[in-house]
Design a protein around this ligand. Structure first.
Ligand code: UDP
Length: 238
């Protein structure tokens, strides 16, 4: 059946979501915007939408091949994709293999310190509150998830980390940390959603530790398109 784009459902910082003629399918359009520090720093970079769409699609396809179910259905064009509709759970699930970013600042641990085991932390997805770090008790107080759902998300996230680490290892990229979002599908099942790209992962080139992710923009230490293109080329060729 042909899928037709209908009215706009929501416009976020970097994506526009449209309804379609199919109730359980959404149409995603990536924008050329880049934002950091909860939108305090923002720019338009022509070509970014294509790279985010292509990288995220490629990663979701690779995850699917490895048995990690996710919302991705197919790429429609350079900047558009179809996904399964889910109700997004208001949590940013962060997995870390190496200390960087906010963890390094908050705990005073040097960026680049390798963690003995991967760790998980949760942020409450709420722009007004600046996406605060929250505890498991807070998740229950806010009635976001039940205990067993939290356990399921933890299990899925660590599994995704193992599979993603392999995908990036083969491409000679170190997966430092990343953020995942999950949603509930029409059956109430927890499904991996949103995007996985250099906007949402810290990716360091093996050997040189060259930054190939949004930190080049956050910290003004390089050209975003060049970094994202490298990630795409490395992933695509493997
Ligand atoms: N991250 C994200 N969206 C956010 C916050 C973080 O995709 O709103 C990603 C970020 O790119 C990094 C990981 O989550 O790969 C961990 O980020 P951290 O908590 O260190 O926060 P940051 O330093 O990015 O503010």
């Amino acid at each position: 059946m042909e899928i037709i784009k209908n009215e706009k459902l929501y416009e976020g910082k970097v994506k526009i979501i449209y309804k379609t003629n199919e109730q359980n399918i959404l149409w995603i359009e990536y924008k050329n915007s880049v934002t950091a520090f909860n939108g305090l720093k923002k720019d338009e970079i022509v070509g970014k939408a294509i790279l985010n769409n292509k990288i995220s699609s490629l990663i979701f396809e690779k995850l699917n091949e490895k048995g990690i179910e996710n919302h991705f259905i197919k790429e429609l064009s350079d900047t558009e994709q179809l996904v399964k509709k889910v109700k997004i759970i208001p949590l940013e699930v962060v997995i870390r293999n190496i200390v960087a970013g906010s963890m390094s600042v908050r705990l005073g641990i040097e960026e680049g310190t390798i963690l003995e085991n991967p760790i998980i932390d949760f942020h409450y997805k709420n722009d007004e509150l600046n996406d605060p770090l929250i505890t498991l008790s807070h998740i229950k107080v806010l009635k976001i998830l039940e205990d067993d759902q939290i356990k399921e998300i933890e299990k899925k996230s660590f599994k995704i980390n193992e599979v993603l680490k392999d995908i990036f290892d083969i491409a000679h990229i170190t997966l430092v940390d990343f953020k995942l979002e999950f949603g509930l599908d029409e059956k109430g099942e927890i499904l991996l959603a949103d995007e996985i790209s250099p906007d949402t992962c810290r990716l360091w080139q093996v050997d040189t530790n060259e930054r190939l992710d949004k930190d080049v923009y956050r910290k003004n230490i390089g050209d975003l398109l060049t970094a994202y293109e490298k990630v795409y080329e490395k992933l695509k060729s493997k």
